[in-house]
Design a protein around this ligand. Structure first.
Ligand SMILES: Cc1cc2nc3c(=O)[nH]c(=O)nc-3n(C[C@H](O)[C@H](O)[C@H](O)COP(=O)(O)O)c2cc1C
Length: 386
């Protein structure tokens, strides 16, 4: 393939993306009181060297009670900001990947155990637990401790916390902020009629249910530097009868576009335990395609995208502008290298790794590419070629 679409550069506001491969946000449940640890150093470091153009830091809570688990990363005080700054500093030193952060609040899905300890809800009186909040006092799982319905002061506090976290993200030099409005967390809880049964101006009609998420968007957009991108991740459907669906997602996407969103990342589900998801390769791509037809900002597709040909087809046919990887890139952190090799593209790699290429993939980093001329880089100190 002469010029694979997957490896065409793209500019999105300040983001100079070398290719169309995005690393999706992935919680690591390995923070200490919201502070990144050396695990994040290792984890983000290796992903930043994957060859993907863009790396999204995991869902980071804007308030301590907005964490999904007690091990989640936060960006809500000086200590959490400083821990992230230190991690980011070393990632930046060795990688030119675009790096941003997903900011979120888990709402009624907060206060849970880390996944490898079962992932169950922890009641407020139990160790590591706290009282959750949500648009309405409806628990995610019937029979578990109910959230407290937010009053106007509580909502203002959360909106302002999103803005404050965006300011911290700007201060430590993150390239973009992604607002988490997907997967059944707080902003999605406001959007879906299944979790939002408020009778004030924030519940009922679609316009009312979108009101708080849009207020949060406006607050983040105003707080983050105007020349840096703000994106939103949505769930395009609840996969539950009478829930949030594609039609409402299109209306929400258009409202975000009117307010200046820079890209929309299209996922699905996570709001309701009764969801029935027809999981399979590219199963969420039709939703990305529909959003792309409704707006003119770039759209990201995600979900069981595992092969280079599949990713290439999604971008080349215009289903989405970018593809995001989560499990695929955990399993194979050099997936972008392998995709470039398979599709006949070149990409940048750390100079320390230039000798890694097997001879059949010598073209991978580009003979005249930015990483320096070949074949000298495959030459050993003793002059032997490997
Ligand atoms: C370990 C792990 C952690 C995740 N954490 C987040 C997260 O922080 N925020 C989010 O929006 N999605 C999160 N997700 C969902 C992924 O971003 C992605 O949407 C999903 O896994 C589907 O993509 P995939 O098939 O490439 O894994 C997570 C997924 C995994 C596997």
């Amino acid at each position: 393939m002469a010029h694979p679409a997957l490896f065409k550069p793209l500019r999105v506001r300040n983001l100079e993306l070398a290719n169309r491969i995005v690393i999706a946000p992935m919680c690591q449940y390995s923070a200490e009181d919201g502070r990144m640890t050396d695990w994040h150093h290792i984890h983000l470091g290796q992903l930043a060297m994957s060859g993907a153009a863009l790396l999204t830091i995991e869902a980071s809570a804007v308030l301590p009670e907005g964490r999904i688990t007690w091990g989640d990363v936060g960006l809500y005080d000086d200590a959490t900001e400083e821990a992230m700054r230190v991690t980011l500093e070393s990632v930046r030193r060795w990688s030119d990947a675009v790096v941003g952060i997903q900011l979120g609040h888990a709402g009624r899905k907060a206060s849970t155990e880390v996944p490898w300890a079962g992932g169950h809800q922890i009641a407020p009186d139990d160790a590591h637990g706290w009282q959750t909040v949500a648009p309405s006092a409806i628990p995610f799982d019937p029979g578990t401790h109910a959230p407290v319905a937010l009053d106007r002061d509580g909502m203002v506090r959360i909106r302002d916390a999103f803005a404050a976290a965006a300011k911290r993200a700007a201060r430590i030099g993150l390239d973009f902020v992604q607002i988490h409005a997907a997967h059944g967390y707080l902003l999605h809880q406001f959007l879906s009629p299944l979790s939002n049964q408020r009778t004030d101006e924030y519940g009922g009609s679609l316009e009312n249910r979108m009101r708080f998420p849009l207020e949060v968007f406006d607050a983040v957009r105003a707080a983050f530097p105007a020349d840096r991108a703000v994106t939103v991740r949505v769930s395009a459907t609840d996969w539950v009868e009478s829930g949030w669906d594609l039609e409402q997602t299109l209306a929400f996407s258009k409202a975000l576009e009117a307010r200046g969103v820079d890209a929309i990342h299209v996922s699905t589900g996570g709001l309701h335990p009764a969801q029935k998801i027809p999981v399979g390769p590219s199963y969420q791509v039709p939703f990305a395609r529909a959003v792309k037809q409704a707006v003119s900002v770039p759209v990201v597709a995600v979900g069981l995208i595992t092969s280079p040909e599949q990713a290439e087809a999604i971008v080349a046919t215009g289903d989405a502008d970018l593809i995001a990887l989560a499990r695929t890139v955990l399993y194979d952190p050099r997936w972008p290298w392998h995709a470039a090799a398979e599709l006949g593209a070149t990409l940048r790699a750390p100079k320390q790794y230039l000798r890694s290429q097997p001879s059949k993939h010598r073209h991978l980093f580009g003979v005249d590419g930015p990483v320096g001329p070949t074949p000298t880089w495959v030459r050993d100190d003793d002059g032997a070629y490997r």
